[in-house]
Design a protein around this ligand. Structure first.
Ligand SMILES: C=CC1=C(C)c2cc3[nH]c(cc4nc(cc5[nH]c(cc1n2)c(C)c5CCC(=O)O)C(CCC(=O)O)=C4C)c(C)c3C=C
Ligand SMILES: [Fe+2]
Length: 435
């Protein structure tokens, strides 16, 4: 594979690290692999966004939350299949080292694909050799079932002695109106969200973590996403969802520090002492939402726009012309409000939800067709929030019962994970939960 040629408008400070370049350079001692550390990454900061192709793995926050949303997703939810706390910790340590390397464009271990002897299975599966880091971020979260009983599995024992460390906010989401949740696409003990600008890099990362976890975890479900449906920084263009509408316009942006602190990061006051490991982290809500594409495609444009509450072309609130115009829910027409009472954006707007906000970070998906000639397509909705019970739950309750868009949606996957804060040098995933 050839090294990608930098685009002419690429910043001159842009750093490119490819697995092939590192592969060739390790002999010269360029890469510092001790404790999984690789010197090349941009130094971490609160934002973790990077203008280069390497996003810092370590920092105050985990990367992949307010990081500028990448184009591709591979999300995996794992069941822990061992009762051994030591084995789980050992795997988390090995995962951390490999994850840190992969986010720099390196293999899981030095020379993993081809240098570990012809009679051993390769320690890296190799499909990302020659590809650069592609802004890969790997974000870990822990599900309610890891701590013992949960609503989805009430008989789970506390296998790892961490029941008292469970944050109050970490509980399975309630059932919402019209939910059609499939357990085989839902829940899980540990999640890893892999986001990258190259799908092969994201898939390689999840595949290798799954391979390394053999005997300790098994993949419960996973989801690929092919196009972001959010903007998380002010410089990003708003993408479109599978209904053809701009999605992400009114999202929280990384630069809105006060808003992010209020609605995304867990505060010390949110938890008692045993759950302080979550301070500075965030809760990840995942919902697989099937979109009924074919009936939608037969709805006329004005009906589609009335359901969303924005125009399809510009993405402007109805009654306005520009995407960044502020919606005015008071404007009336002869037939009622300009933005209908059951329009999606009216119901999801903070003015109609006691000020509540969430950070959306979802992806379009298409998993082929369903055997009846319909696309199995939709939105893999991901949201980050400080307290799902006070943010996502009331928002989704309102949408599930009143939103006109629900006629075209089926929520068939659901999960909640607690994503701890970022790692300092030498720390490993889950360290402050298990020690
Ligand atoms: C519970 C939260 C939300 C779910 C679930 C959800 C599903 C969903 N949304 C769209 C399409 C659009 N959503 C838009 C705005 C919007 N959506 C939510 C929340 C949920 N959406 C919020 C908080 C907002 C912002 C509201 C506001 O403050 O104005 C938009 C408009 C553009 C935008 O602001 O992003 C679209 C379009 C789909 C298709 C969908 C499920 C498949
Ligand atoms: Fe929405």
């Amino acid at each position: 594979m050839t090294e990608p040629t930098p685009a002419p408008d690429e910043p001159t400070n842009k750093r490119r690290f490819s697995r092939r370049a590192l592969f060739g350079a390790t002999g010269a001692g360029v890469v510092v692999a001790a404790a999984g550390g690789v010197t090349a990454a941009k130094l971490a900061d609160d934002d973790s966004s990077s203008s280069s192709n390497v996003v810092a793995f370590r920092g105050t926050r985990q990367a992949g939350i307010i990081t500028e949303a990448q184009d591709r997703l591979h999300f995996a939810s794992f069941d822990v299949i061992t009762d051994s706390r030591d084995d789980l910790i050992d795997m988390l340590q090995r995962w951390t080292a490999a994850a840190e390397r992969m986010t720099t464009g390196a293999e899981t271990v030095d020379g993993g694909a081809v240098d570990h002897g012809e009679y051993n299975p390769p320690a890296d599966t190799g499909e990302a050799l020659g590809l650069d880091a592609s802004s890969l971020t790997l974000t870990i979260g822990f599900g309610p079932g890891l701590f013992g009983p949960s609503a989805s599995d009430p008989n789970r024992p506390d296998r790892f002695g961490i029941a008292n460390r469970k944050p109050a906010a970490l509980k399975d989401l309630p059932a919402f109106a019209k939910d059609a949740i499939e357990p085989s696409r839902s829940y899980g003990d540990i999640c890893v969200q892999a986001c990258a600008n190259d799908p092969q890099v994201a898939v390689h990362a999840i595949r290798n973590l799954a391979r390394m976890g053999f005997g300790v975890v098994s993949v419960r479900w996973s989801q690929l996403g092919f196009g972001r449906t959010s903007t998380t920084t002010v410089s990003q263009q708003t993408p479109r969802n599978m209904f053809g509408f701009k999605d992400g316009t009114a999202n929280i942006r990384a630069e809105q520090t006060d808003v992010v602190n209020r609605w995304v990061w867990v505060d010390p006051a949110d938890n008692a002492d045993p759950a302080q490991w979550m301070t500075g982290g965030s809760y990840l809500v995942a919902r697989r939402i099937r979109m009924d594409i074919e009936p939608w495609d037969r709805a006329n444009l004005s009906e589609q726009e009335a359901i969303v509450g924005r125009t399809k072309g510009a993405g402007a609130p109805l009654g306005m012309t520009r995407e960044d115009d502020t919606p005015d829910f008071a404007v009336a027409t002869a037939d009622g409000p300009m933005i209908a009472r059951d329009a999606h954006v009216r119901l999801a707007h903070p003015d109609n939800l006691n000020g509540i906000q969430i950070l959306r970070r979802g992806y379009n998906f298409t998993d082929g067709s369903d055997g009846f000639g319909h696309l199995d397509a939709g939105l893999f909705f991901i949201a980050y929030c400080r307290d799902p019970d006070k943010q996502f739950v009331p928002m989704q309750k309102q949408l599930a019962s009143k939103d006109a868009m629900m006629e075209y949606l089926t929520h068939n996957g659901s999960a909640l994970f607690a994503c701890p804060p970022g790692l300092k040098a030498g720390e490993w995933w889950g360290q402050h939960l298990f020690t």
